[in-house]
Ligand binder design. Sequence first.
Ligand code: G6P
Length: 588
Amino acid sequence: MLVLWMCGIIGFKGKGNAGKIIFEGLKRLEYRGYDSWGIALNSAGLEILRKPGKIGSLPAAFEGGSLGIGHTRWATHGGVNEKNAHPQLSNNRKIAVVHNGIIENFLELKKFLSSHGFSFASETDTEVIPNLIQFHLAEGLSFREAVRKTLLQLDGYYAIAAVLEGSGTIIGARNGSPLVAGLGRNEFFIASDIPAFMPHTRKVVFLDDREIVELDDSIKVFSVDSGLEIKKKVQRMHWSIEQVKKGNFAHFMLKEISEQPDAIEKAAMQDPARLKKIAGIIGKADNVFFVGCGTSYHACVSAEYAFSEIAGKSVKAVLASEFARHIKSLSEKSVVVAVSQSGETIDLLETVRAAKEKKAKIVSVVNVAGSSLPRMSDETIMMNSGPEICVLSTKSYTAQLAVMLLLAFSLCGRAAEGRCIIRKAAEKAAETIRKSLPAAKKLAKKLSKKQDIFLIGRGNAFPSALEGALKIKEVSYIHAEGFAGAELKHGTIALIEKGVPVIAFMTSESEKQITSNAMEVKARGAFLIGIGEKKSEIFDEFFEIGGCDEAALIPRIIPVQLLAYYLALERRLDPDKPRNLAKSVTVK
Ligand code: G6P
Protein backbone atom coordinates (compact mmCIF):
# COMPACT_ATOMS: atom_id res chain seq x y z
CA MET A 1 0.00 0.00 0.00
CA LEU A 2 1.19 3.50 -0.85
CA VAL A 3 2.20 5.61 2.11
CA LEU A 4 2.53 9.36 1.75
CA TRP A 5 4.10 11.61 4.37
CA MET A 6 3.81 15.19 5.36
CA CYS A 7 5.88 15.22 8.44
CA GLY A 8 8.42 16.93 10.65
CA ILE A 9 12.05 15.83 10.72
CA ILE A 10 14.98 16.87 12.89
CA GLY A 11 18.62 15.89 13.22
CA PHE A 12 21.07 16.98 15.92
CA LYS A 13 24.79 16.64 16.49
CA GLY A 14 26.34 18.16 19.62
CA LYS A 15 28.06 17.40 22.90
CA GLY A 16 25.22 15.71 24.78
CA ASN A 17 21.48 15.51 25.57
CA ALA A 18 20.78 14.61 21.93
CA GLY A 19 17.66 12.59 22.79
CA LYS A 20 16.18 15.38 24.88
CA ILE A 21 16.98 18.09 22.33
CA ILE A 22 15.50 16.03 19.48
CA PHE A 23 12.41 15.21 21.56
CA GLU A 24 11.81 18.89 22.44
CA GLY A 25 12.36 19.83 18.79
CA LEU A 26 9.83 17.22 17.66
CA LYS A 27 7.26 18.72 19.99
CA ARG A 28 7.75 22.07 18.26
CA LEU A 29 7.33 20.33 14.89
CA GLU A 30 4.25 18.39 15.92
CA TYR A 31 2.04 20.87 14.02
CA ARG A 32 3.30 19.17 10.84
CA GLY A 33 1.81 15.82 11.76
CA TYR A 34 1.01 13.85 14.86
CA ASP A 35 0.01 10.32 13.93
CA SER A 36 3.21 8.75 15.27
CA TRP A 37 6.76 9.70 16.19
CA GLY A 38 10.21 8.26 16.62
CA ILE A 39 13.87 8.85 17.36
CA ALA A 40 17.15 7.15 16.39
CA LEU A 41 20.11 7.80 18.66
CA ASN A 42 23.60 6.93 17.64
CA SER A 43 25.20 6.09 20.99
CA ALA A 44 26.86 2.70 21.70
CA GLY A 45 24.80 1.23 18.84
CA LEU A 46 21.79 2.57 16.98
CA GLU A 47 18.96 2.93 19.53
CA ILE A 48 15.49 3.16 18.01
CA LEU A 49 12.27 4.45 19.58
CA ARG A 50 8.99 4.43 17.58
CA LYS A 51 5.52 5.13 18.92
CA PRO A 52 2.06 5.51 17.37
CA GLY A 53 -0.02 8.52 18.49
CA LYS A 54 0.83 12.06 19.54
CA ILE A 55 4.24 12.69 21.06
CA GLY A 56 4.16 11.19 24.54
CA SER A 57 7.02 11.10 27.02
CA LEU A 58 10.68 10.36 26.42
CA PRO A 59 12.04 7.27 28.21
CA ALA A 60 15.06 8.21 30.40
CA ALA A 61 17.27 5.87 28.37
CA PHE A 62 16.75 8.12 25.33
CA GLU A 63 17.62 11.47 26.92
CA GLY A 64 21.37 11.41 26.31
CA GLY A 65 23.64 10.81 23.34
CA SER A 66 25.36 13.28 21.10
CA LEU A 67 23.86 12.51 17.72
CA GLY A 68 20.45 11.47 16.44
CA ILE A 69 17.42 12.07 14.27
CA GLY A 70 13.68 12.32 14.96
CA HIS A 71 10.38 12.31 13.12
CA THR A 72 6.73 13.20 13.65
CA ARG A 73 4.37 11.76 11.07
CA TRP A 74 1.20 12.71 9.21
CA ALA A 75 0.01 9.77 7.14
CA THR A 76 -2.48 9.87 4.29
CA HIS A 77 -2.39 6.14 3.46
CA GLY A 78 -1.23 3.14 5.41
CA GLY A 79 -1.64 2.16 8.99
CA VAL A 80 -0.67 4.36 11.87
CA ASN A 81 1.42 1.83 13.74
CA GLU A 82 4.86 1.26 15.13
CA LYS A 83 6.29 -0.46 12.09
CA ASN A 84 5.24 2.35 9.71
CA ALA A 85 6.56 5.05 12.07
CA HIS A 86 9.98 6.56 11.38
CA PRO A 87 12.94 6.16 11.64
CA GLN A 88 12.96 3.37 9.08
CA LEU A 89 15.91 0.98 9.23
CA SER A 90 18.14 -0.84 6.77
CA ASN A 91 18.17 -4.65 6.82
CA ASN A 92 21.48 -4.69 8.73
CA ARG A 93 19.94 -2.18 11.25
CA LYS A 94 22.98 0.10 10.90
CA ILE A 95 21.28 2.91 8.95
CA ALA A 96 18.23 4.88 10.11
CA VAL A 97 16.32 7.36 7.97
CA VAL A 98 13.54 9.87 8.63
CA HIS A 99 11.69 11.22 5.62
CA ASN A 100 9.11 13.82 4.63
CA GLY A 101 7.62 13.52 1.14
CA ILE A 102 6.96 10.70 -1.26
CA ILE A 103 9.19 8.38 -3.24
CA GLU A 104 7.18 7.82 -6.40
CA ASN A 105 9.26 4.95 -7.76
CA PHE A 106 9.50 3.04 -4.48
CA LEU A 107 7.87 -0.11 -5.88
CA GLU A 108 10.48 -0.32 -8.60
CA LEU A 109 13.25 0.28 -6.05
CA LYS A 110 11.78 -2.36 -3.74
CA LYS A 111 11.89 -4.83 -6.61
CA PHE A 112 15.51 -3.95 -7.30
CA LEU A 113 16.43 -4.37 -3.62
CA SER A 114 14.42 -7.60 -3.28
CA SER A 115 16.35 -9.07 -6.19
CA HIS A 116 19.49 -8.39 -4.14
CA GLY A 117 18.14 -10.23 -1.10
CA PHE A 118 16.66 -7.29 0.86
CA SER A 119 13.38 -7.68 2.74
CA PHE A 120 10.90 -5.09 4.02
CA ALA A 121 9.22 -4.74 7.39
CA SER A 122 6.88 -1.77 6.76
CA GLU A 123 4.37 -0.51 4.21
CA THR A 124 6.31 2.71 3.73
CA ASP A 125 8.04 4.06 0.66
CA THR A 126 10.76 5.36 3.00
CA GLU A 127 12.17 1.94 3.81
CA VAL A 128 13.84 1.73 0.41
CA ILE A 129 16.13 4.65 1.36
CA PRO A 130 18.13 3.09 4.24
CA ASN A 131 18.34 -0.14 2.26
CA LEU A 132 19.68 1.57 -0.85
CA ILE A 133 22.24 3.33 1.35
CA GLN A 134 23.25 -0.05 2.79
CA PHE A 135 23.55 -1.39 -0.75
CA HIS A 136 25.83 1.48 -1.85
CA LEU A 137 27.95 1.33 1.31
CA ALA A 138 28.62 -2.30 0.44
CA GLU A 139 30.03 -1.04 -2.88
CA GLY A 140 32.70 0.74 -0.84
CA LEU A 141 31.31 4.29 -0.98
CA SER A 142 31.58 6.75 1.90
CA PHE A 143 28.39 7.43 3.89
CA ARG A 144 27.82 10.76 2.10
CA GLU A 145 28.42 9.28 -1.34
CA ALA A 146 26.19 6.29 -0.57
CA VAL A 147 23.39 8.69 0.37
CA ARG A 148 24.03 10.76 -2.75
CA LYS A 149 23.95 7.73 -5.03
CA THR A 150 20.69 6.69 -3.34
CA LEU A 151 19.16 10.13 -3.91
CA LEU A 152 20.02 9.93 -7.60
CA GLN A 153 17.78 6.86 -7.78
CA LEU A 154 14.76 8.50 -6.13
CA ASP A 155 11.86 10.09 -8.02
CA GLY A 156 9.59 12.42 -6.08
CA TYR A 157 9.67 15.08 -3.41
CA TYR A 158 11.53 14.52 -0.17
CA ALA A 159 13.48 15.84 2.75
CA ILE A 160 15.48 13.23 4.61
CA ALA A 161 17.90 12.83 7.47
CA ALA A 162 20.05 9.70 7.78
CA VAL A 163 22.42 8.30 10.40
CA LEU A 164 24.88 5.43 10.12
CA GLU A 165 25.86 3.51 13.24
CA GLY A 166 29.22 4.73 14.51
CA SER A 167 29.75 7.32 11.75
CA GLY A 168 29.54 10.51 13.82
CA THR A 169 27.76 12.39 11.02
CA ILE A 170 24.21 13.07 9.94
CA ILE A 171 23.39 13.44 6.26
CA GLY A 172 20.31 15.39 5.20
CA ALA A 173 18.93 16.29 1.79
CA ARG A 174 16.03 18.12 0.24
CA ASN A 175 14.13 17.98 -3.01
CA GLY A 176 10.81 19.77 -2.85
CA SER A 177 10.16 19.32 0.88
CA PRO A 178 11.57 21.90 3.29
CA LEU A 179 14.87 21.44 5.17
CA VAL A 180 16.91 24.03 7.02
CA ALA A 181 20.20 23.70 8.91
CA GLY A 182 20.99 25.46 12.20
CA LEU A 183 24.45 26.40 13.48
CA GLY A 184 24.80 26.61 17.26
CA ARG A 185 27.95 26.71 19.41
CA ASN A 186 29.43 23.27 18.73
CA GLU A 187 25.89 22.13 18.02
CA PHE A 188 24.43 21.49 14.57
CA PHE A 189 20.85 20.90 13.49
CA ILE A 190 18.73 20.09 10.50
CA ALA A 191 14.95 20.34 10.59
CA SER A 192 11.82 20.80 8.52
CA ASP A 193 11.29 24.18 10.13
CA ILE A 194 13.25 26.66 12.23
CA PRO A 195 11.15 26.51 15.46
CA ALA A 196 12.46 22.94 15.93
CA PHE A 197 15.85 24.31 17.01
CA MET A 198 15.09 27.92 17.78
CA PRO A 199 15.88 27.79 21.52
CA HIS A 200 19.43 26.73 20.55
CA THR A 201 20.35 28.93 17.61
CA ARG A 202 18.98 31.48 15.21
CA LYS A 203 21.82 31.11 12.70
CA VAL A 204 20.44 29.18 9.76
CA VAL A 205 21.31 27.91 6.31
CA PHE A 206 18.37 27.37 3.98
CA LEU A 207 18.87 24.39 1.72
CA ASP A 208 17.80 24.44 -1.90
CA ASP A 209 16.38 21.54 -3.85
CA ARG A 210 18.83 18.80 -4.76
CA GLU A 211 21.29 19.72 -2.01
CA ILE A 212 22.87 17.45 0.58
CA VAL A 213 23.93 18.69 3.98
CA GLU A 214 26.52 17.00 6.16
CA LEU A 215 26.53 17.66 9.91
CA ASP A 216 29.90 16.85 11.41
CA ASP A 217 32.09 19.36 13.25
CA SER A 218 30.60 21.96 10.91
CA ILE A 219 27.89 22.13 8.30
CA LYS A 220 28.80 21.43 4.70
CA VAL A 221 26.48 21.49 1.70
CA PHE A 222 26.93 19.53 -1.54
CA SER A 223 25.09 19.18 -4.82
CA VAL A 224 23.13 15.93 -5.17
CA ASP A 225 23.89 15.91 -8.89
CA SER A 226 27.60 16.73 -9.02
CA GLY A 227 28.71 15.88 -5.48
CA LEU A 228 30.63 19.18 -5.40
CA GLU A 229 30.59 21.43 -2.33
CA ILE A 230 28.33 24.50 -2.47
CA LYS A 231 29.08 27.62 -0.41
CA LYS A 232 25.91 28.75 1.36
CA LYS A 233 24.96 31.97 3.11
CA VAL A 234 24.42 31.84 6.88
CA GLN A 235 21.39 33.94 7.81
CA ARG A 236 20.21 35.21 11.17
CA MET A 237 16.55 34.81 12.03
CA HIS A 238 14.87 37.61 13.91
CA TRP A 239 12.17 35.45 15.46
CA SER A 240 12.38 35.33 19.24
CA ILE A 241 12.31 32.24 21.44
CA GLU A 242 9.16 33.56 23.14
CA GLN A 243 7.37 33.35 19.82
CA VAL A 244 7.71 29.58 19.73
CA LYS A 245 6.66 29.12 23.36
CA LYS A 246 3.13 29.29 24.72
CA GLY A 247 4.12 31.68 27.51
CA ASN A 248 1.11 32.39 29.72
CA PHE A 249 -1.34 31.11 27.15
CA ALA A 250 -3.03 27.72 27.44
CA HIS A 251 -2.70 27.10 23.70
CA PHE A 252 -0.86 28.47 20.69
CA MET A 253 -4.21 29.18 19.05
CA LEU A 254 -5.19 31.69 21.74
CA LYS A 255 -1.68 33.14 21.81
CA GLU A 256 -1.68 33.65 18.05
CA ILE A 257 -5.18 35.15 18.04
CA SER A 258 -3.90 37.61 20.66
CA GLU A 259 -0.80 38.42 18.62
CA GLN A 260 -2.90 39.69 15.71
CA PRO A 261 -2.75 43.44 16.43
CA ASP A 262 1.04 43.25 16.31
CA ALA A 263 1.06 40.93 13.28
CA ILE A 264 -1.28 43.26 11.35
CA GLU A 265 0.97 46.27 12.12
CA LYS A 266 4.07 44.37 11.05
CA ALA A 267 2.43 43.17 7.83
CA ALA A 268 1.64 46.79 7.00
CA MET A 269 5.28 47.88 7.47
CA GLN A 270 6.32 47.29 3.87
CA ASP A 271 8.77 49.34 1.90
CA PRO A 272 6.51 51.84 0.02
CA ALA A 273 8.73 51.85 -3.09
CA ARG A 274 8.61 48.05 -3.43
CA LEU A 275 4.87 48.00 -2.84
CA LYS A 276 4.42 50.62 -5.51
CA LYS A 277 6.51 48.58 -7.91
CA ILE A 278 4.53 45.38 -7.20
CA ALA A 279 1.19 47.20 -7.37
CA GLY A 280 2.36 48.60 -10.72
CA ILE A 281 3.09 45.10 -12.02
CA ILE A 282 -0.42 44.02 -10.98
CA GLY A 283 -1.98 47.18 -12.41
CA LYS A 284 -0.40 46.71 -15.84
CA ALA A 285 -1.18 43.00 -16.14
CA ASP A 286 -3.75 41.69 -18.61
CA ASN A 287 -5.00 39.17 -16.09
CA VAL A 288 -4.23 38.69 -12.39
CA PHE A 289 -4.85 35.56 -10.33
CA PHE A 290 -4.65 35.37 -6.54
CA VAL A 291 -3.97 31.75 -5.70
CA GLY A 292 -3.86 29.88 -2.38
CA CYS A 293 -5.19 26.95 -0.37
CA GLY A 294 -7.35 26.78 2.75
CA THR A 295 -7.31 29.97 4.76
CA SER A 296 -4.86 31.59 2.36
CA TYR A 297 -7.42 31.05 -0.42
CA HIS A 298 -9.99 32.92 1.65
CA ALA A 299 -7.56 35.84 1.84
CA CYS A 300 -7.37 35.63 -1.98
CA VAL A 301 -11.17 35.90 -2.22
CA SER A 302 -10.94 39.03 -0.05
CA ALA A 303 -8.36 40.37 -2.49
CA GLU A 304 -10.95 40.03 -5.28
CA TYR A 305 -13.24 42.40 -3.39
CA ALA A 306 -10.48 44.74 -2.19
CA PHE A 307 -8.91 45.26 -5.62
CA SER A 308 -12.22 45.87 -7.27
CA GLU A 309 -13.70 48.10 -4.55
CA ILE A 310 -10.57 50.08 -3.64
CA ALA A 311 -8.64 50.18 -6.91
CA GLY A 312 -11.21 49.35 -9.58
CA LYS A 313 -9.04 46.47 -10.81
CA SER A 314 -10.62 43.11 -11.45
CA VAL A 315 -8.54 40.17 -10.18
CA LYS A 316 -9.50 36.51 -9.83
CA ALA A 317 -9.16 34.27 -6.77
CA VAL A 318 -8.47 30.62 -7.58
CA LEU A 319 -7.81 27.55 -5.43
CA ALA A 320 -4.30 26.34 -6.21
CA SER A 321 -5.54 22.78 -6.69
CA GLU A 322 -8.00 24.04 -9.34
CA PHE A 323 -5.65 26.34 -11.18
CA ALA A 324 -4.93 24.01 -14.10
CA ARG A 325 -7.96 25.23 -16.05
CA HIS A 326 -6.53 28.78 -16.10
CA ILE A 327 -3.09 27.83 -17.40
CA LYS A 328 -4.11 28.36 -21.02
CA SER A 329 -5.03 31.98 -20.33
CA LEU A 330 -1.57 32.80 -18.94
CA SER A 331 1.06 34.75 -20.86
CA GLU A 332 3.99 37.06 -20.07
CA LYS A 333 1.33 39.71 -19.41
CA SER A 334 -0.25 37.71 -16.58
CA VAL A 335 0.47 37.96 -12.86
CA VAL A 336 0.00 35.15 -10.36
CA VAL A 337 -0.06 36.30 -6.73
CA ALA A 338 0.72 33.18 -4.68
CA VAL A 339 -0.44 33.51 -1.07
CA SER A 340 0.83 31.14 1.60
CA GLN A 341 1.73 31.16 5.28
CA SER A 342 4.23 28.31 4.97
CA GLY A 343 5.47 28.92 1.44
CA GLU A 344 5.57 25.13 1.06
CA THR A 345 2.02 24.06 0.13
CA ILE A 346 2.57 21.68 -2.74
CA ASP A 347 -0.51 22.58 -4.80
CA LEU A 348 0.56 26.21 -4.76
CA LEU A 349 4.17 25.41 -5.68
CA GLU A 350 2.91 23.36 -8.63
CA THR A 351 0.71 26.27 -9.75
CA VAL A 352 3.70 28.59 -9.62
CA ARG A 353 5.86 26.15 -11.58
CA ALA A 354 3.21 25.88 -14.30
CA ALA A 355 2.68 29.67 -14.39
CA LYS A 356 6.43 30.27 -14.73
CA GLU A 357 6.51 27.99 -17.74
CA LYS A 358 3.97 30.33 -19.32
CA LYS A 359 6.27 33.25 -18.40
CA ALA A 360 3.68 34.81 -16.06
CA LYS A 361 5.10 37.11 -13.35
CA ILE A 362 5.02 35.57 -9.89
CA VAL A 363 4.41 37.71 -6.82
CA SER A 364 4.30 35.83 -3.53
CA VAL A 365 2.89 36.79 -0.15
CA VAL A 366 4.59 34.54 2.39
CA ASN A 367 5.28 34.26 6.10
CA VAL A 368 8.09 31.73 6.40
CA ALA A 369 11.44 33.14 5.28
CA GLY A 370 13.61 30.72 3.36
CA SER A 371 10.65 28.62 2.26
CA SER A 372 10.33 27.41 -1.34
CA LEU A 373 7.83 29.96 -2.62
CA PRO A 374 9.95 33.16 -2.41
CA ARG A 375 12.74 31.40 -4.28
CA MET A 376 10.39 30.72 -7.17
CA SER A 377 8.94 34.24 -7.27
CA ASP A 378 9.88 37.40 -9.15
CA GLU A 379 8.74 39.51 -6.19
CA THR A 380 7.98 38.56 -2.60
CA ILE A 381 6.15 40.38 0.16
CA MET A 382 6.98 38.93 3.57
CA MET A 383 4.10 39.02 6.02
CA ASN A 384 6.41 39.15 9.06
CA SER A 385 3.84 37.52 11.37
CA GLY A 386 6.45 35.45 13.24
CA PRO A 387 6.10 31.69 13.64
CA GLU A 388 2.56 30.35 13.59
CA ILE A 389 2.53 27.06 15.47
CA CYS A 390 -1.18 26.24 15.84
CA VAL A 391 -2.38 24.18 12.87
CA LEU A 392 -5.16 26.73 12.27
CA SER A 393 -4.20 29.97 10.58
CA THR A 394 -5.27 33.02 12.56
CA LYS A 395 -2.64 35.74 12.72
CA SER A 396 -1.26 34.82 9.30
CA TYR A 397 -4.78 35.27 7.84
CA THR A 398 -5.28 38.80 9.14
CA ALA A 399 -1.70 39.65 8.14
CA GLN A 400 -2.50 38.41 4.61
CA LEU A 401 -5.60 40.62 4.58
CA ALA A 402 -3.45 43.59 5.60
CA VAL A 403 -1.04 42.93 2.70
CA MET A 404 -3.91 42.54 0.19
CA LEU A 405 -5.46 45.83 1.29
CA LEU A 406 -2.12 47.60 1.20
CA LEU A 407 -1.50 46.42 -2.37
CA ALA A 408 -4.95 47.58 -3.46
CA PHE A 409 -4.40 50.98 -1.81
CA SER A 410 -0.95 51.27 -3.41
CA LEU A 411 -2.42 50.50 -6.82
CA CYS A 412 -4.70 53.53 -6.68
CA GLY A 413 -2.08 55.84 -5.14
CA ARG A 414 -3.54 55.76 -1.61
CA ALA A 415 -0.69 53.80 0.04
CA ALA A 416 -0.11 56.19 2.95
CA GLU A 417 -3.81 56.48 3.71
CA GLY A 418 -4.16 52.70 3.40
CA ARG A 419 -1.39 52.20 5.94
CA CYS A 420 -3.25 54.46 8.43
CA ILE A 421 -6.49 52.54 7.87
CA ILE A 422 -4.72 49.23 8.49
CA ARG A 423 -3.09 50.62 11.65
CA LYS A 424 -6.55 51.59 12.83
CA ALA A 425 -7.68 48.01 12.06
CA ALA A 426 -4.81 46.72 14.24
CA GLU A 427 -6.08 48.90 17.12
CA LYS A 428 -9.62 47.71 16.53
CA ALA A 429 -8.38 44.12 16.47
CA ALA A 430 -6.90 44.60 19.96
CA GLU A 431 -10.16 46.12 21.19
CA THR A 432 -12.21 43.33 19.58
CA ILE A 433 -10.11 40.64 21.27
CA ARG A 434 -10.52 42.31 24.66
CA LYS A 435 -14.24 42.87 24.31
CA SER A 436 -15.36 39.69 22.58
CA LEU A 437 -13.28 37.12 24.46
CA PRO A 438 -15.62 36.71 27.49
CA ALA A 439 -18.72 36.76 25.27
CA ALA A 440 -17.24 34.17 22.89
CA LYS A 441 -16.43 31.93 25.84
CA LYS A 442 -20.02 32.19 27.11
CA LEU A 443 -21.50 31.64 23.66
CA ALA A 444 -19.34 28.53 23.14
CA LYS A 445 -21.03 26.93 26.16
CA LYS A 446 -24.43 27.51 24.51
CA LEU A 447 -23.37 26.25 21.09
CA SER A 448 -21.07 23.37 21.95
CA LYS A 449 -23.71 20.67 21.40
CA LYS A 450 -25.07 22.07 18.12
CA GLN A 451 -24.75 20.06 14.93
CA ASP A 452 -24.51 22.88 12.41
CA ILE A 453 -23.54 26.53 12.40
CA PHE A 454 -24.19 28.73 9.36
CA LEU A 455 -22.45 31.99 8.57
CA ILE A 456 -23.64 34.65 6.15
CA GLY A 457 -22.05 37.80 4.78
CA ARG A 458 -22.49 39.97 1.73
CA GLY A 459 -19.88 41.79 -0.31
CA ASN A 460 -16.48 41.66 1.30
CA ALA A 461 -18.04 39.88 4.30
CA PHE A 462 -18.75 36.82 2.13
CA PRO A 463 -15.11 35.59 2.33
CA SER A 464 -15.26 36.32 6.09
CA ALA A 465 -18.18 33.85 6.27
CA LEU A 466 -16.13 31.24 4.38
CA GLU A 467 -13.15 31.69 6.69
CA GLY A 468 -15.31 31.76 9.85
CA ALA A 469 -16.92 28.44 8.86
CA LEU A 470 -13.51 26.88 8.21
CA LYS A 471 -12.26 27.98 11.65
CA ILE A 472 -15.28 26.50 13.42
CA LYS A 473 -15.26 23.14 11.66
CA GLU A 474 -11.53 22.47 11.67
CA VAL A 475 -11.12 23.00 15.40
CA SER A 476 -14.51 22.07 16.95
CA TYR A 477 -15.63 19.44 14.40
CA ILE A 478 -19.06 21.08 14.32
CA HIS A 479 -20.36 21.26 10.78
CA ALA A 480 -20.21 24.91 9.65
CA GLU A 481 -20.85 26.55 6.29
CA GLY A 482 -20.38 30.07 5.02
CA PHE A 483 -22.64 31.66 2.42
CA ALA A 484 -23.15 34.85 0.52
CA GLY A 485 -26.10 36.37 2.40
CA ALA A 486 -28.70 35.82 -0.29
CA GLU A 487 -27.60 32.27 -1.16
CA LEU A 488 -28.81 30.56 2.00
CA LYS A 489 -32.37 30.76 0.75
CA HIS A 490 -31.46 28.93 -2.45
CA GLY A 491 -31.35 25.62 -0.65
CA THR A 492 -29.68 25.55 2.74
CA ILE A 493 -32.49 27.43 4.46
CA ALA A 494 -34.23 24.03 4.43
CA LEU A 495 -31.90 23.10 7.30
CA ILE A 496 -32.87 26.05 9.47
CA GLU A 497 -35.13 25.11 12.33
CA LYS A 498 -35.57 26.23 15.90
CA GLY A 499 -32.28 26.91 17.62
CA VAL A 500 -29.90 26.47 14.62
CA PRO A 501 -27.16 29.09 15.05
CA VAL A 502 -26.62 31.56 12.20
CA ILE A 503 -23.82 34.11 12.39
CA ALA A 504 -24.42 37.21 10.24
CA PHE A 505 -21.64 39.65 9.39
CA MET A 506 -23.19 43.13 9.26
CA THR A 507 -21.33 45.62 7.09
CA SER A 508 -22.22 49.25 6.58
CA GLU A 509 -22.51 48.70 2.80
CA SER A 510 -24.92 45.78 3.06
CA GLU A 511 -26.76 46.55 6.27
CA LYS A 512 -30.27 46.50 4.81
CA GLN A 513 -29.88 43.39 2.68
CA ILE A 514 -28.07 41.32 5.30
CA THR A 515 -30.69 42.36 7.87
CA SER A 516 -33.34 40.94 5.50
CA ASN A 517 -31.36 37.71 5.13
CA ALA A 518 -30.97 37.49 8.91
CA MET A 519 -34.70 38.05 9.37
CA GLU A 520 -35.46 35.24 6.92
CA VAL A 521 -33.66 32.72 9.10
CA LYS A 522 -34.91 34.22 12.34
CA ALA A 523 -38.46 33.71 11.07
CA ARG A 524 -37.62 29.99 10.89
CA GLY A 525 -36.36 29.87 14.46
CA ALA A 526 -32.60 30.43 13.96
CA PHE A 527 -30.51 31.55 16.93
CA LEU A 528 -29.09 34.75 15.49
CA ILE A 529 -25.58 36.02 16.22
CA GLY A 530 -24.44 39.31 14.70
CA ILE A 531 -20.95 40.71 14.16
CA GLY A 532 -20.63 44.31 13.05
CA GLU A 533 -20.12 47.95 13.84
CA LYS A 534 -23.70 48.77 14.78
CA LYS A 535 -25.71 46.71 17.23
CA SER A 536 -29.22 45.76 16.16
CA GLU A 537 -32.10 44.38 18.16
CA ILE A 538 -32.82 41.48 15.88
CA PHE A 539 -29.83 39.51 17.23
CA ASP A 540 -29.84 37.08 20.14
CA GLU A 541 -26.10 37.81 20.62
CA PHE A 542 -23.99 40.57 19.13
CA PHE A 543 -20.23 41.16 18.83
CA GLU A 544 -19.40 44.78 18.28
CA ILE A 545 -16.29 45.59 16.26
CA GLY A 546 -14.95 49.12 15.96
CA GLY A 547 -15.16 50.88 12.61
CA CYS A 548 -12.07 50.96 10.40
CA ASP A 549 -13.39 51.74 6.92
CA GLU A 550 -12.13 49.47 4.14
CA ALA A 551 -10.19 47.36 6.68
CA ALA A 552 -13.25 46.24 8.68
CA LEU A 553 -12.75 42.72 7.34
CA ILE A 554 -9.71 42.42 9.63
CA PRO A 555 -11.29 42.74 13.11
CA ARG A 556 -14.55 41.14 11.96
CA ILE A 557 -13.11 37.60 11.86
CA ILE A 558 -11.79 37.75 15.44
CA PRO A 559 -15.01 36.94 17.35
CA VAL A 560 -15.39 33.78 15.21
CA GLN A 561 -11.76 32.76 15.80
CA LEU A 562 -12.39 33.09 19.55
CA LEU A 563 -15.71 31.27 19.34
CA ALA A 564 -14.05 28.41 17.43
CA TYR A 565 -11.30 28.23 20.08
CA TYR A 566 -13.73 28.05 22.98
CA LEU A 567 -15.97 25.57 21.15
CA ALA A 568 -12.95 23.26 20.92
CA LEU A 569 -12.29 23.65 24.65
CA GLU A 570 -15.96 23.03 25.52
CA ARG A 571 -15.79 19.86 23.43
CA ARG A 572 -12.54 18.83 25.15
CA LEU A 573 -10.50 19.00 21.96
CA ASP A 574 -6.93 20.15 21.48
CA PRO A 575 -7.22 23.41 19.49
CA ASP A 576 -3.58 23.35 18.43
CA LYS A 577 -3.75 19.92 16.86
CA PRO A 578 -7.12 19.12 15.29
CA ARG A 579 -7.54 15.54 14.11
CA ASN A 580 -6.43 14.61 10.60
CA LEU A 581 -4.96 18.04 9.82
CA ALA A 582 -1.44 19.34 9.40
CA LYS A 583 -0.16 22.86 9.10
CA SER A 584 2.00 22.42 6.09
CA VAL A 585 0.50 20.32 3.30
CA THR A 586 3.41 19.08 1.25
CA VAL A 587 1.60 16.23 -0.50
CA LYS A 588 -0.97 16.50 -3.28
C1 G6P B 1 -3.24 23.56 5.69
C2 G6P B 1 -3.51 24.28 6.99
C3 G6P B 1 -4.42 25.49 6.75
C4 G6P B 1 -3.78 26.40 5.70
C5 G6P B 1 -3.50 25.65 4.40
C6 G6P B 1 -2.67 26.47 3.42
O1 G6P B 1 -4.38 22.92 5.26
O2 G6P B 1 -4.12 23.40 7.93
O3 G6P B 1 -4.56 26.21 7.96
O4 G6P B 1 -4.63 27.47 5.45
O5 G6P B 1 -2.75 24.46 4.67
O6 G6P B 1 -1.42 26.68 3.98
P1 G6P B 1 -0.41 27.82 3.55
O7 G6P B 1 0.81 27.58 4.36
O8 G6P B 1 -0.16 27.65 2.07
O9 G6P B 1 -1.05 29.13 3.85
